[in-house]
Design a binder for this molecule. Sequence first.
Ligand SMILES: NC(=O)C1=CN([C@@H]2O[C@H](COP(=O)(O)OP(=O)(O)OC[C@H]3O[C@@H](n4cnc5c(N)ncnc54)[C@H](OP(=O)(O)O)[C@@H]3O)[C@@H](O)[C@H]2O)C=CC1
Ligand SMILES: CC(=O)[C@](C)(O)C(=O)O
Ligand SMILES: [Mg+2]
Ligand SMILES: [Mg+2]
Length: 397
Amino acid sequence: MRAASRSAAAPSAARSLSALAQAAPRPSLKAQAQAAAPLAVQSRGMKTLDFAGSKEVVYERADWPLEKLQDYFKNDTFALLGYGSQGHGQGLNLRDNGLNVIVGVRKDGHSWKEAVADGWVPGKNLFTVEEAAEKGTILMNLLSDAAQSEQWSNLKKYCTKGKTLYFSHGFSVVYKEQTGVIPPTDIDVILCAPKGSGRTVRTQFLAGTGINSSVAVHQDVSGKAMEKTVAMGIAVGSGYIYETTFEKEVYSDLYGERGCLMGGIQGMFKAQYDVLRENGHSPSEAFNETCEEALMSLYPLVGEHGMDYMYKACSTTARRGALDWAPEFEKANKPVFERLYKSVRDGTETKRTLDFASRKTYREDYEKETDAIAAQEMWRAGHVVRGLRPGRGGKDI
Ligand SMILES: NC(=O)C1=CN([C@@H]2O[C@H](COP(=O)(O)OP(=O)(O)OC[C@H]3O[C@@H](n4cnc5c(N)ncnc54)[C@H](OP(=O)(O)O)[C@@H]3O)[C@@H](O)[C@H]2O)C=CC1
Ligand SMILES: CC(=O)[C@](C)(O)C(=O)O
Ligand SMILES: [Mg+2]
Ligand SMILES: [Mg+2]
C-alpha cells in the first residue's frame, strides 16, 4: 500500500486557498471580524489573546528569528530518536533551520532506510538509538509510543543531568503505570506536540506556514524549561504555539484522532455512503456526494473562512437543511464522544495501543486493517474519482 506521500502538494493547496480567499472576500463579515479582533498584549515574546472569551497565552514564530534560535541552541545537539512521520518532519525542519541534529534509529530498519533517503549520513548524523541518545543534549523521544515504553530501560541511562528529555505526546509520561516511563528527577522534561501529521509539519514549513503545536513542561530543573520548549516548538516548524499540560495534551489528542480527525470521519462517510448505495445510487454519485465534494469543495472553505462562510457559499436550500440537521447529528454523536473521552481517561485506549503496537507484526497488522479500508467500495470508487480529476490523466496519485 502507498505510504503517506512526502511530496504532498501542500504549497499549491495553500496557494489555491489564498487565491480563493482573494477571489471571494467576505466584506459583510469583515466588520464582525474587526469587532472580535483578539486583544493582544505582548510581553517578552508571548501574547495573551482572547479566544472567543477565554484568555490564552500564545507564542509565534516572529518572536524567534532564525539567528536568535541558532544562538539559543548553539551548544545543543538534538538527538531525534525515531524517524516516523514526526521524526521526518521535525528533523528536516530543525536541519533546515541550521541546528545541530542527529538521528537515532534501529540499524537497517525501515526508518534507517528512510533517513538515508532523506540525506542523513550513517556515522555522521545517523546513528543507532543508543549512540544518538549518548551524543545528544536534547533527547527527542519520537519513537512510536509503544516503542518508547519498550525501549525505556535502554534509554533512561542516557537521560543524565543537564540533558533535556522531549516528547511530542503526553502518552508515555502520563500513563506511567502502563508504560513504565518515569524520567529521572534531575532533567528537564518537556513536550511540543504538533497538531497535525508529521508530513504536514514538513510540507507546511516548506510552504512558509506551519502546523500549530501545544507545549508543556513536566519537569523544570533548569528554570528555563518553558522558554526552551517554546524555542523548540518554533525550531521544529510550528505555526503558533499554545500552552497545555502533559495530561491535557494526551487526553485531547487521543480523543481528537479517534473522533472527528480520523475515526469519526471514516465512520460518518461510510454510514452516509452505504445508505446512498442501499437506495440505488451509483458509486460515482455516492462518493461524490459524500467524500469528493466534502474534501475538494466544502471543507476547504470551512478551513479557510469558518463554517458560516461555507454555509453562505451554498444554496439557500442546502443551508435550510444543514441548519436543521446539524443539531440532530450533534445529539446523536454526543454520547459517543462522551464514551470515547472516558475510554481515553481511564487508560483503555492507551492499553489497547500498547498491546497492539508492541506486537512484532504491528506494521503488517496495521497494513491489513488499512488495506481493508482501501478495499471498501467507497474508497475503491474514490480511487477512480481521484484519477478523473483534471490534470491527473486518469491516474490516482
Ligand atoms: N504521526 C504524527 O503525525 C504524530 C505523532 N505524534 C507523536 O510523535 C511520536 C512519534 O510518532 P510517529 O512519528 O508517528 O512515529 P511512529 O509511531 O510511526 O513510530 C515510528 C518510529 O518508532 C520506531 N520503532 C518502533 N518500534 C520500535 C522498537 N521496538 N525499537 C526501536 N524503534 C522502534 C520505528 O523504527 P523502525 O522503522 O526501525 O521500526 C520508527 O522510527 C509519538 O509519541 C506520537 O504519538 C504527535 C503528533 C502527530
Ligand atoms: C497527526 C496527529 O496529530 C495525530 C492524529 O494525533 C497522530 O498522528 O497521533
Ligand atoms: Mg495529534
Ligand atoms: Mg496522536
